[in-house]
Design a binder for this molecule. Structure first.
Ligand code: ADP
Ligand code: MG
Length: 186
């Protein structure tokens, strides 16, 4: 997708300063919000951008996304293998009280994991092994969409339909071994 025109988003504050040993940054604070990108259309507006430096920080960041991901949502999780998509879901699922972090595992072979919480039902979906629209149809993902559901889809960008229909896109990129740049677009 073309980069949005207009001013480049500027981080309001340095993202992660010196953190105490054992202390995680508080991603719920406003200082982690990026400036809005002017009057873009709904798609591709950069909402947040952050760099995490460990899996724990990515989980903490996922936990801070509860309000942004209030159901119903179709969320695309983009990034290479090992980028941290599943790790991020650990934080999201635990914040929604739908699953403990350690119970969130990759649905690479199972394709769909369902986590039911009091405020939302989360569906963590991995389309890495799904190649054709016909295979996709067999998953009947549309049946999972409802007012209280959040679909978190890894490799959903393989299918243009999801790129069009998604509410939120979260892209993760490696920055060195343990660094991950995470960008959220609406
Ligand atoms: P994906 O689902 O994108 O394939 P996973 O979340 O399954 O990726 O795996 C990410 C791996 O990278 C895990 O082993 C995790 O511990 C490691 N890791 C190292 N640094 C980070 C970080 N900053 N954020 C997320 N994961 C990280
Ligand atoms: Mg994964």
């Amino acid at each position: 997708m073309a980069a949005p025109e207009g001013p480049t988003p500027i981080l309001l504050m340095p993202l992660l300063g010196t953190t105490q040993v054992g202390a995680l940054p508080d991603f719920s604070r406003d200082r982690f919000y990026t400036a809005f990108v002017g009057t873009q259309s709904r798609t591709n507006e950069l909402l947040r951008e952050v760099t995490t430096h460990s899996a724990e920080e990515t989980i903490a960041f996922g936990r801070a996304l509860v309000d942004l991901l209030a159901p119903p949502k179709l969320v695309l999780l983009r990034g290479d293998l090992g980028a941290g998509k599943t790790t991020l879901v650990k934080g999201i699922a635990s914040a929604f009280e739908a699953a403990a972090e350690e119970d969130v595992t990759s649905p690479t072979f199972t394709l769909i994991h369902e986590y039911r919480g009091p405020r939302a039902n989360l569906y963590h979906i991995d389309l890495y092994r799904i190649d054709t629209p016909r295979e996709l149809d067999t998953l009947a993902l549309d049946d999972l969409r409802s007012d209280d559901s959040i679909l978190l889809v890894e490799w959903g960008e393989k299918f243009p339909r999801f790129v069009r229909e998604r509410d939120v896109e979260i892209a993760l990129e490696h920055e060195g071994e343990n660094g991950r740049r995470i960008r959220i677009r609406s």
